[in-house]
Design a protein around this ligand. Structure first.
Ligand SMILES: *Cc1c(COP(=O)(O)O)cnc(C)c1O
Length: 408
């Protein structure tokens, strides 16, 4: 048994092969590169049961990951994240409780850890010393953490309105971080400049081939957790789309290994009405998306006006017979309150968006009552602003102003 069965990189647009033994960014055509594996050999030499016998974490999937040798693995404890049924939160009559995959349990409190632990491990294997990233917060936090672990210098560029906690955690984890008076795509331009001037390695979404390999483990994990029978529909809060494309890729690999059968889950891309380029492109039948103007939403993780992998996201949605749907910020806030108060699960706004989208899709008939649904909560709700609490009790006059619940 080899540690990794990765063989080469392939251009996602032209299919052109690139060497996996050299440090790569985009393909020669300027498109994302995808890692490919020797699946026939893996199928002969590894069984599902071998995977299941290992500790339940991201590295149990090592044969389907690109890291060539365990000595490069940078780990902060990438646990398998739990599946939690929303038993009490509102749902349409006749529907079974949707299941949340709670990615907030990962290191740095978001699923960005999956991608960045892979990307930093691979960068380490190539001897990279300086990494840079444009980030709405969570990706920068994850990169800073793994770069610190690897002893690399890290540079993060955040839009002005990135959540405060993200800036602080990035800085505390040893990275250099700047607020930029622009959006994520403007930050990406600055990273491009730093790459030219200072030789930084660009960790932008899909501009290096390995973050997506880490993200695909969400899909692999889901298969193993559900006894190798995937759900019918998966709602995914979509920014750059790494996770959505990654899961789709991971399921294709599992199908080629004969580890899963049947149709893949319908993939649903969830965006905010304040930034919905993928929804607009999907609904108009387009193959690529037009950049969104004046993007704004409280769900900062999905505030991505233009995604370099847009054509892959749209292909994944269409090939799995899924769809794209946008929800209002007010509905995201309502969804967050509902799930926290009824089920005790504090979702991120992005995670709450998937629950709001689930309700809307069920109401409009895009979702059938018989379909088994998984929603992705991509970050811990603790990383986001919450409504302030103003109630105060005076020791000199206890219970003077009782809330209606107690006095009624
Ligand atoms: C990055 C991020 C997303 C979007 O993920 P992609 O795979 O890049 O589309 C959603 N939610 C949160 C909390 C994020 O940090």
């Amino acid at each position: 048994m080899r540690y990794s069965y990765a063989t080469h990189l392939e251009c996602s647009a032209t299919g052109e092969r690139h060497d996996i033994g050299t440090l790569e960014g985009l393909s020669r055509a300027g498109k994302p590169l995808l890692a490919r594996y020797e699946l026939a050999a893996l199928r002969r030499e590894v069984r599902r049961a071998d995977i299941e016998a290992r500790p339940a974490n991201l590295w149990r999937w090592r044969e389907l990951l690109p890291v060539p040798d365990p000595k490069y693995v940078m780990s902060l404890g990438e646990v398998e994240t739990p599946l939690i049924e929303l038993l009490n939160s509102a749902r349409p009559t006749g529907f079974a409780p949707p299941i949340v995959k709670d990615e907030g349990r990962l290191p740095t409190g978001s699923f960005k850890a999956r991608g960045l632990c892979l990307a930093v491990s691979m960068a380490q294997s190539f001897g990279v010393r300086r990494v840079a990233i444009p980030t709405n917060g969570n990706a920068g936090a994850a990169m800073a953490a793994y770069a610190a672990r690897a002893g690399m210098e890290a540079f993060c560029f955040c839009p002005d309105d990135t959540p405060e906690i993200n800036l602080s955690e990035i800085a505390l984890q040893g990275a250099t971080v700047w607020r930029v008076n622009g959006l994520i795509n403007d930050c990406a331009r600055l990273v491009g400049l730093g790459k030219e001037r200072f030789g930084w390695f660009d960790m932008s979404t899909l501009k290096e081939p390995y973050r997506i390999e880490g993200k695909k483990t969400m899909g692999l994990e889901l298969a193993a957790q559900m006894q190798w029978r995937l759900p019918d529909v998966v709602f995914y809060p979509t920014g750059g789309g790494t996770g959505l494309i990654g899961m789709w890729k991971g399921w294709q690999e599992l199908a080629a290994l004969g580890w899963i059968e049947g149709p893949m889950p319908r993939l649903v891309a969830v965006q905010s009405t304040g930034c919905a380029p993928i929804v607009r492109a999907f609904d108009s039948g387009a193959q690529t998306a037009i950049p969104w103007e004046n993007a704004h939403t409280i769900a900062s993780g999905i505030r991505v006006p233009a995604a370099i992998g847009d054509f892959l996201i749209l292909r994944a949605l269409r090939e799995t017979r899924g769809f794209a749907i946008a929800v209002e910020d007010a509905d995201i806030e309502r969804a967050r309150r509902e799930v926290a108060a009824k089920d005790g699960l504090l979702l991120s706004p992005e995670g709450a968006a998937t629950y709001a989208a689930y309700l809307a899709a069920a109401r409009s008939g895009r979702l059938a009552a018989s379909e088994r649904v998984v929603l992705f909560n991509c970050a811990s709700g603790l990383k986001y602003p919450m409504p302030p609490v103003t109630a105060h009790m005076d020791l000199n006059a206890p219970f003077a102003h009782l809330p209606p619940k107690l006095s009624g």
